[in-house]
Design a protein around this ligand. Structure first.
Ligand code: FES
Length: 140
């Protein structure tokens, strides 16, 4: 686990699916504001966050938040089931998809392992990264 790192003021993530990129323990990471709580995420005053490594668990390319369902459908060839129609973390190398609302689980493509999570803590108005951990087993 690395030292605590201030990632962003909570006010910097003004709406759901707002995103802040940061580097933690030498790794590119993303902090997301989410519409509902997720395992391993952080909820503060009715607002939900989670942070993940952006290093794809297939071969290590960098994942990006894919907001456009058309891009998911036509570039990735992934059409999420009804409940999962929301932005996803996608890898441009071989089109793996990781679902932030499923704690970073690999839901499509070549990757099998979830994206490692970054533990979050709220200190006053700021969000801090305080460690990394493997995600829980799928369905756990
Ligand atoms: Fe991400 Fe292959 S490196 S899908």
């Amino acid at each position: 686990p690395g030292a605590p790192l201030r990632v962003a003021a909570r006010s910097a993530l003004a709406q759901n699916w707002a995103e802040v990129h940061f580097t933690y323990a030498g790794r590119p990471c993303t902090l997301l504001r989410l519409p509902r709580p997720v395992p391993g995420g952080l909820s503060v005053g009715g607002t939900h966050y989670a942070a993940f490594s952006r290093v794809c668990t297939h071969l290590g390319c960098r994942v990006n938040l894919v907001r456009d369902p058309e891009v998911l459908a036509f570039a990735y060839n992934y059409r999420p089931p009804g409940d999962d129609r929301h932005p996803q973390l996608g890898c441009p190398c071989h089109f793996s998809v990781f679902d932030p609302l499923r704690a970073g689980e690999a839901v499509f493509g070549k990757a099998n392992a979830p994206l490692p999570r970054v533990r979050l803590e709220a200190r006053g108005n700021d969000l801090y990264a305080t460690g990394t951990e493997p995600a829980p087993p799928a369905g756990g």
